[in-house]
Write a protein that binds this ligand. Structure first.
Ligand code: MN
Length: 258
């Protein structure tokens, strides 16, 4: 049997299942909100052009209006000033978009502290317990934040002291970008950096280091609880927008049923 047939037979028999890690896109999808004086992207919106009526009697279709960075989406290198000479979203090698899924679970730490910043020690502890990260892997950080995905206020968790969502220390961001042979990082929150990452040095260190080193970020993931800590295969499929700094992405996982 060919390798493809083995895989197809595994899917047909239920040896593997396909999990959708994507948050559905709608006008209610929470978008990152930057404080004054910065400019914000628009929310996602569908504009009806016809609906089996006189503008199109046999069909229904819409225009979509959206920012690039909406819902489950990929950040491409040119999104950040450190990656300005790097790739746009259409230029990313598809080989980097398919890789091993590694789930790191920080629900306990985040439950007590929504501002929790993941450290190098946290990553090294995971590797001591579960083995090293495969080459070209996607590191998927489970914080429990996906439970707030349908509640914009809880998801952004902002007050007068800023937005309180988990992320990474600057040292950890630098370590991931420079020392790990991975493709990218996926998170359940609205962005790859912590809500208060403007206060870190450098500001927004995950954006700074990852995108400046040709590694990619994916946000607003869900269903990470349906994945094993290791052993899944991840497919990240952003729209190949020419010149795009990011794009909505369908993110799928092939999961062995063991
Ligand atoms: Mn983004």
């Amino acid at each position: 049997m060919s390798q493809t047939n083995i895989l197809l037979a595994s899917l047909a028999s239920g040896t593997f299942t396909v999990q959708d890690l994507t948050t559905p896109l709608s006008k209610d999808t929470p978008t990152l909100v930057l404080p004054e004086p910065f400019a914000n992207l628009i929310d996602f919106n569908l504009e009806e052009v016809s609906a089996y009526d006189s503008p199109g009697p046999f069909w229904k279709h819409h225009n979509i209006h959206t920012g690039e960075h909406i819902g489950t989406h990929l950040d491409a290198p040119i999104h950040w000033v450190t990656g300005r000479d790097g790739k746009d979203v259409s230029q990313i090698d598809p080989k980097r978009l398919v890789g091993a899924g590694v789930v790191l679970d920080f629900r306990d730490k985040v439950a007590n502290n929504p501002d929790y910043l993941i450290t190098i020690d946290d990553l090294e502890e995971w590797q001591r317990n579960h083995g090293s990260f495969p080459s070209n892997a996607w590191l998927l950080f489970r914080t429990g934040w996906d439970q707030y995905g349908s509640d914009r206020q809880a998801f952004l968790n902002a007050d007068e002291t800023g937005s309180h969502t988990p992320g990474f220390t600057a040292e950890c961001a630098r370590h991931i970008a420079l020392n790990l042979d991975i493709s990218g990082v996926g998170v359940e929150t609205v962005g790859i950096d912590a809500g208060n990452a403007a206060q870190l040095d450098p500001p927004f260190p995950m954006h700074n280091f990852l995108l400046g080193n040709d590694k990619y970020g994916v946000t607003s993931l869900k269903n990470l609880d349906k994945l094993p800590l290791s052993g899944s295969l991840i497919v990240v499929a952003p729209l190949p927008i020419v010149g795009g700094t990011g794009a909505p992405a369908r993110v799928l996982a092939l999961v062995p049923n063991e």
